[in-house]
Write a protein that binds this ligand. Structure first.
Ligand SMILES: Cc1cc2nc3c(=O)[nH]c(=O)nc-3n(C[C@H](O)[C@H](O)[C@H](O)COP(=O)(O)O)c2cc1C
Ligand code: SF4
Length: 418
């Protein structure tokens, strides 16, 4: 099996991302032209057949999501491209925007046409403000060439794209919070129902998709889905852009076919562990993902195989940690992150994170009480079940997986943690 492939990333380095003429010279906008000759149902069927799972983290089936969005009544709908990319150890959306902004716009136009939307919004994280000029130019050039605006390519379909920047909060990557942010409100999630597919931005039916999801849709329409599903496994077809980081020799973004083992990702693609140290554990899907020990490094990177060992693809982050790091110190760094990013709206997350940090701090110092471990686990489960949004629900994935895979690191030996 090929270790890296080039389907979603096929245009990287092949054209000047500042120029639509350069994009057109390599066949750009083939996907939009093709989509406009198809019906909404035909595009949805294609997305379903390709089993494109959303790449923002929740892995929701894109064909299903588009089908639901298309069936919501409404003459004025919205498509949002989620370019918040706030998950730690995740930088693949940035790579797509930097290298292939026009394909992202194609994905948005196709999504808009499919679900019947008139307006698209890109929500770009504040830390990527240097990419604003690139996107502003791509939008303006696409409009000048008739790929955006009124009556696109004479099809009768009209669509505009607007660019918004966040202010740098992780929780604003959550769909309803992102919408509050665009509307100028503070970044806190909305209660559901109503669901944003029916009542989202400015109370309009809204579809939210990740950057990579939209880029895949455009690539699949450019080439047909057979080229895409030729990669991967039966249950996890296709490819995924991963963000490989941490104690690895060759960090970066790589497009991989589903089905490689984590060992192949770390050693063959990443060149192995920095300074040839020993692998201790890895974390998949960013800070909200779980950690896995070196003993399961031969697990294939597919939705189904990772699920069996309690891991998820999530945002596609692969963080490698070597044997110089204590698990409890890593857990503390994640805990600090979630306390900083909790919006404070609900008690389980606001208070739970703080109480767990107090316990984790005692473990770090080797000064824990006999019931601390049990209490931390109980709080973590309460958070997972009772928090108001996905941030609080997943904040304890690291702690719980650390306790599961490294119970010995939570034992006291001689008054201090080993
Ligand atoms: C706290 C939190 C942060 C999130 N951050 C992002 C993000 O930065 N980018 C993203 O695409 N999705 C993020 N998501 C997931 C989105 O809510 C949503 O599921 C996703 O944008 C849908 O797109 P998809 O179906 O294409 O994956 C986040 C979710 C939560 C709960
Ligand atoms: S779980 Fe609650 S406190 Fe935490 S970010 Fe979501 S709404 Fe805010």
């Amino acid at each position: 099996m090929l270790k890296t492939v080039s389907f979603i990333t096929e245009n990287f380095g092949k054209y000047d991302p500042k120029s639509i003429d350069s994009y057109l010279s390599i066949g750009g906008f083939t996907a939009v032209k093709r989509a406009l000759t198809m019906s909404s149902n035909e595009i949805i069927d294609m997305a379903k057949a390709a089993s494109i799972k959303g790449r923002g983290g929740a892995a929701y089936d894109t064909g299903r999501k588009w089908s639901q969005a298309a069936s919501v009544p409404g003459l004025n709908k919205v498509v949002i491209c989620n370019a918040d990319e706030g998950e730690p150890c995740t930088f693949k959306d940035r790579a797509i925007i930097e290298n292939d902004p026009f394909r992202l716009l194609e994905g948005m136009i196709i999504a808009g046409y499919t679900v019947g939307a008139q307006n698209g919004y890109i929500y770009l994280r504040e830390e990527y403000s240097h990419l604003r000029p690139l996107l502003i130019n791509a939008i303006a050039e696409s409009k000048a060439k008739g790929f955006l605006g009124q009556n696109i390519l004479g099809s009768g379909f009209s669509f505009e794209i607007h660019l918004y920047s966040g202010a740098g909060a992780y929780v604003c990557g959550e769909g309803s919070t992102l919408i509050e942010s665009i509307e100028g409100k503070s970044g806190r999630p909305r209660i559901k129902p109503p669901f944003i597919k029916e009542c989202g931005l400015f109370q309009l039916p809204t579809l939210v998709n990740n950057v990579e999801t939209l880029a895949i849709a455009a690539a699949a329409l450019t080439h047909g889905i057979d080229d895409y599903i030729a990669f991967g496994t039966e249950k996890s077809p296709g490819s995924k852009i991963i963000s490989l980081a941490g104690n690895v020799k060759k960090p970066g973004t790589y497009e991989i076919p589903f089905g490689l083992t984590i060992r192949e990702i770390i050693y063959d693609i990443g060149g192995g562990i920095t300074d040839d140290n020993e692998l201790k554990f890895f974390q998949l899907g960013g800070a909200s993902g779980s950690i896995g020990p070196a003993s399961i490094v031969d697990t294939p990177y597919t939705y189904e195989d990772l699920g069996k060992v309690g891991l998820t693809v999530g945002s596609g982050g692969v963080l490698v940690v070597d044997d110089r790091t204590r698990v409890i110190d890593f857990v503390k760094s994640i805990q600090d992150f979630f306390i900083h990013e909790s919006c404070g709206k609900c008690t389980p997350c606001r208070e739970g994170n703080r109480q767990i940090l107090r316990i984790v701090d005692r473990f770090v110092d080797g000064a824990q009480n006999p019931r601390d471990l049990e209490t931390a686990e109980r709080f973590a489960h309460i958070m997972s079940n009772c928090a108001f949004c996905g941030l609080g629900e997943t904040a304890q994935s690291t702690l719980l997986s650390a306790i599961k895979y490294f119970p010995e690191e939570f034992e006291v030996k001689g008054g201090k943690l080993e």
